[in-house]
Design a protein around this ligand. Structure first.
Ligand code: LFR
Length: 480
């Protein structure tokens, strides 16, 4: 029977990894070849990604992976590198948490009002959408020299293969794509004077993206030809592809640095009500829409843990589980938590300012964060069902947060729905599965999900039945 071996390069905001996936009719095995830190660097210019360290990590990973049938690359969204006329990278890619986009959206809205932007692109407002980053960059010398813009996975793919393209799922996070046509929003770009020829042609998940260059083969010890296959190069697109749902009535939460909570739909929801609720319509595989809300996620905890000098996480979570529930909660969607630094103080301040008990110990602050995240999950899933007219009876949690049992349990309680947690490496699995499908080894989207459900360990959490308490807390938060 046919089998294949695929390397998934999956870059997250705090670490990157190269995973090797083996796929057969009844097998889906994933092994880590190499994991490396992704440490953003603050230079005098601002907060930057260390793209050379990431590329070096990718090469080390491919060497460790050994011979594979194909390679796919996914990463976080919106960010990009600019290339000059010779194809050379101009500067280090700017981090989406950089301050350059402060106050920029208002200027863009003076040309195209926020409501029109939403009607055209369906993208939720986030200060870092590529559109606003471009508006912030346009007066710089660097931008004047830019002839090409490559999103992060497309930039790494270009370095690996020498071929340029713009993968669609990630392109949908630029706020320059029309989710109905799944093509550029030409009219919007013209009104905002954005030159779409900066972007190389669109490619779809599953499309060929070139062969590893001979220098790359030399450096990694692989023997060619090794194709690179476009995947859902937005990590969230890959993660949703690997949600082990068995029917249609499911919600998902992709957890990691962010919590991305919502539904998979066939058509976008572009209503004014949806805009007001800050829901986004990103594009997924096979004509699907990822209708979701971005929630600040475990970033809140990661930043606290960093401030506390990296205490043992397991112990911290055990202590947090013993802290009384729902004493103080913050709005885990609030953009005021976006920037790095001083997170424990910022959370305490948000509690103080809203007249709630101020959490003091690391365990209390951790409990406040997890209760707040569970509430934000509840609200996103409730709002998504109402706005899209699509109800669910199970919540799938995938990604790194599945290792946080307390978060999974609280989310089940808050939503009043069973939670199925796993797989943790959903983005890498989705990346592998799209490559496997392009190589004829798995069937449609349902077949991919079924294979994940049959092969990966999953944990089920039943809600405690204490929903009244969570409803009351949600109402308190809404009316503050
Ligand atoms: C998750 C993610 C989110 C995106 C954020 C910023 O890793 O890709 O989907 O909104 O990072 O790019």
């Amino acid at each position: 029977t046919a089998r294949g071996t695929f390397a998934a390069v999956d870059l997250g905001a705090s670490s990157g990894r190269v995973m090797v996936g083996r796929v057969g009719p009844d097998t889906l095995e994933l092994a880590e070849a190499h994991r490396f830190a992704n440490r953003p660097v603050r230079t005098p210019e601002g907060l930057r990604w260390d793209i050379l360290a990431l590329y070096a990590g990718v090469l080390d990973g491919l060497r460790a992976a050994g011979q594979v049938d194909s390679v796919g690359v996914d990463s976080w969204a919106v960010d990009h590198g600019l290339l000059d006329a010779d194809g050379a990278l101009l500067g280090n890619p700017v981090h989406y948490r950089d301050a350059r986009t402060e106050g920029v959206a208002e200027k863009v809205w003076a040309t195209v009002p926020a409501a029109e932007l939403y009607a055209a692109t369906g993208l939720q407002y986030a200060p870092f959408n590529t559109l606003y980053q471009l508006a912030a960059a346009r007066s710089t010398t660097q931008f004047a020299h830019a002839r090409r813009l490559l999103l992060i996975p497309d930039l790494l793919t270009y370095w690996l293969t020498g071929e340029q393209g713009t993968e669609l799922t990630n392109a949908s996070t630029t706020q320059l794509i029309d989710p109905r046509t799944r093509d550029w929003s030409y009219d919007l770009a013209a009104r905002l004077d954005i030159d779409l020829s900066l972007f190389p042609p669109l490619r779809q998940p599953g499309d060929p993206a070139g062969l590893l260059r001979s220098e790359v083969l030399d450096e990694t010890g692989l023997s060619g030809p090794v194709p690179v296959t476009a995947v859902g190069s937005h990590d969230t697109a890959s993660a949703v592809a690997a949600v082990p749902a068995t029917g249609e009535r499911f919600a998902y939460i992709c957890t990691g640095t962010w919590s991305l909570a919502g539904l998979e739909l066939e058509t976008p929801v572009l209503s004014e009500e949806s805009r007001a609720a800050n829901f986004t319509n990103e594009l997924g595989l096979d004509g699907t829409v990822r209708y979701l809300r971005n929630i600040m996620g475990l970033w809140l905890l990661q930043e606290c843990v960093r401030a506390w000098g990296d205490p043992d996480l397991g112990e911290l979570l055990r202590e947090a589980a013993a802290v009384p529930a729902l004493r103080s909660v913050v709005d885990a969607g609030d953009a005021s938590f976006l920037a790095p630094g001083h997170m424990p103080e910022r959370i305490a301040e948000a509690c103080r300012a809203s007249g709630q008990p101020v959490p003091g110990t690391p365990a209390e602050i951790t409990r406040c964060i997890l209760d707040s995240l569970a509430l934000a999950h509840r609200k996103a899933i409730e709002d998504a069902q109402r706005l899209a007219g699509h109800s669910v009876d199970v919540v799938h949690i995938v990604g790194g947060g599945t290792r946080n049992e307390l978060l999974c349990r609280l989310t089940a309680d808050a939503c009043g729905l069973p939670v199925v947690a796993g797989p943790a490496e959903a983005a890498a699995l989705g990346n592998v599965l799209v490559q496997a499908r392009a190589h004829g080894l798995v069937g449609d989207r349902a077949g991919m999900r079924d294979l994940v459900a049959r092969t990966q360990p999953l944990t089920r959490y039943e809600p405690s039945g204490d929903t009244a308490r969570w409803r009351a807390a949600a109402e308190r938060l809404a009316t503050r």
